[in-house]
Design a protein around this ligand. Structure first.
Ligand SMILES: Cc1ncc(C[n+]2csc(CCOP(=O)(O)OP(=O)(O)O)c2C)c(N)n1
Length: 518
């Protein structure tokens, strides 16, 4: 089986040992060519694998023992499903005859992830492996039923040859029907484009298309186009309160074209109630329209825009000069507010974005970090390697995914997450080593402050008295507490933990003024 997966291009194995998967792990460990990542926490292993598969653009295997260890993989399976990340869960099991008997550590693991895996195999000795039929677009689950075997003869494992052949190649979906988009362009007077998460290889064609269409555009950070100079003349930011902003500027939006992943911007949620008045078409490699009855062109963006793009006439549009100039004025207002509230959370995020090197990678945690970076990061902030987990917007496994995306990678890597998000993934640093330089910024604003923005009760926010110094000490990582952004930088080796503590009163005052600007 390990050989079969090697043929599919699996080069990284995330291993979380127990007795039942020992033989599997021993087999993987003997291969000098496979990269092995050892964990004790199965959930952290699976979220790390998510990051790894995205980084390597190859399937990654996660191997756990039987019982509840398998259940720990469900959240990552869900995220992988919604982002089409090719994870392979290899779960050890007891022989099938033990199922439903209540025998120790014997759960029913058969197709445990249900709709979240597109391929499942229940393998006993002698069962032929069918993994070559897997499309690699959704996660796969191989459940391996093993008899007891505590005595391993390590010499019997042959060296695993990697990439012997690749019998199933990933087949990008070829979308050939531009009809809904042409129709939208024909009807719309004031269309707006919103660009969500893009893959690295999609960025260039989307940039070209946006320049050609010449429409106002919302560029979310994880489009990796947010600060692209060639789109500066079209990019609306900061983009809160968009519908009103556009109306006031004489450009009332009547159509939206979404490109890439499901957007974070509030506008997208508002559309749920506006589908009668605003036409929406999504173009994405992912099979999700993101709205009930939403229209979707599903397929490979490079294929679609390069081979079908010339059949789409350029859209007409109203004049959006005023919209752009109003947005620039709002930007100036925000900069003045940063001076007025220098220790507010938005000001700290802005100043943080200024000290991160242009070529660094930045992982933005869900909740406020990604929203604040979208709204307030400087126009000089790095923008080419911005990553996040937008499949289901979970706050779980974020530090592990960040490490999966960056472990052993050259260069400088920054992760920015909320305090509850960090507390959720306390075992994540287990895998961090000193070969890469990563800085994890935890915005400790005392609970889930996203709920304060939505004016919810204190108990929903879950305030707490904890600081992260002891966590950094536990793993022997350097730690700093920042109430403002310092000039001198931290050590460049290994993981540094930075606890960034904004002033709540300033944050609240900032948001109040910002939200009443329009
Ligand atoms: C796994 C999971 N559980 C619960 C939630 C709901 N949720 C969304 S944001 C949030 C609070 C996050 O708090 P924190 O990480 O401190 O970030 P902040 O809101 O302060 O930016 C919660 C609990 C979620 N998104 N994912």
């Amino acid at each position: 089986m390990v050989k079969a997966l090697a043929k599919l291009g699996v080069r990284d194995w995330c291993l979380s040992p127990g007795i039942r998967n020992t033989a599997l792990i021993d087999c993987v460990m003997t291969s000098s060519e496979i990269e092995k990542h050892l964990f004790f926490d199965d959930r952290a292993a699976s979220f790390f694998a998510l990051g790894r598969a995205r980084l390597k653009k190859r399937p990654v295997a996660v191997c756990v023992t039987s019982g509840t260890a398998v259940g720990e993989l469900l959240p990552a399976a869900m995220e992988a499903y919604y982002t089409e990340t090719p994870l392979i869960f290899v779960t050890a099991d007891r022989p099938k005859r033990y199922r439903f008997t209540g025998a120790p550590q014997t759960a029913n693991q058969e197709n445990l992830f249900g709709v979240y895996t597109s391929h499942f195999e229940d393998i006993e000795s002698g069962t032929p492996i069918r993994i070559f039929n897997w499309s690699m677009q959704k996660p796969a689950h191989l459940n391996i039923c093993l008899e007891e075997s505590y005595h391993h003869d390590y010499s019997r494992f042959p060296e695993i040859d990697l990439f012997l052949s690749r019998e199933v190649a990933y087949q990008p979906i070829q979308a050939k029907e531009p009809g809904v988009l042409i129709e939208l362009f024909e009807k719309a007077n004031n269309p707006l484009v919103v660009v969500g998460t893009l893959l690295e290889e999609e960025v260039s064609i989307v940039r070209e298309t946006l320049i050609k269409w010449d429409l106002p555009v919302i560029l979310e950070s994880n489009s990796c186009l947010r600060n692209d100079p060639s789109l500066d003349h079209l990019s609306i930011k900061p983009y809160n309160n968009l519908l009103k902003m556009c109306r006031d500027a004489g450009y009332p939006i009547d159509a939206i074209i979404r490109i890439g992943g499901i957007p974070t911007v509030r506008l997208w949620r508002d559309l749920e109630d506006l589908q009668d008045s605003i036409e929406v078409v999504s173009i994405s490699r992912l099979p999700f329209s993101g709205l009930p009855n939403g229209k979707l062109i599903h397929g490979d963006l490079n294929f679609f825009f390069r081979s079908i793009g010339n059949q789409i006439p350029n859209p007409g549009h109203g004049n959006f000069e005023k919209l752009l100039s109003n947005a620039r004025n709002k930007e100036q207002f925000v900069l003045r507010s940063f001076e007025k509230y220098p220790n507010s959370e938005p000001a700290l995020v802005y100043k943080l974005s200024l000290i991160i090197a242009k070529e660094a990678s930045v992982y933005l945690g869900n909740s406020m970090p990604i929203r604040e970076w979208d709204l307030f990061a400087s126009n000089n902030a790095p923008y080419k390697k911005i990553r996040s987990s937008k499949g289901l917007n979970g706050i779980d496994g974020q530090v592990s995914t960040f490490l999966g995306l960056t472990l052993d990678e050259p260069g400088e890597h920054w992760g920015v997450v909320g305090d509850l998000t960090a507390l959720y993934d306390l075992s994540a640093p287990w895998i961090a080593n000193k070969k890469s330089s990563y800085k994890l910024v935890i915005i400790n604003n005392n609970g889930g402050q996203i709920f304060a923005r939505k004016k919810l009760n204190q108990y929903i926010i879950n305030p707490h008295p904890f600081s992260f110094k002891a966590w950094a000490d536990l793993y022997y990582f350097p730690y700093e507490k920042w109430e403002d952004i310092p000039r001198e930088s931290l050590p460049t080796e290994g993981l540094s933990i930075i606890e960034m503590v904004p002033k709540l009163s300033q944050t609240n005052a900032f948001w109040e003024e910002f939200e009443s600007y329009d």
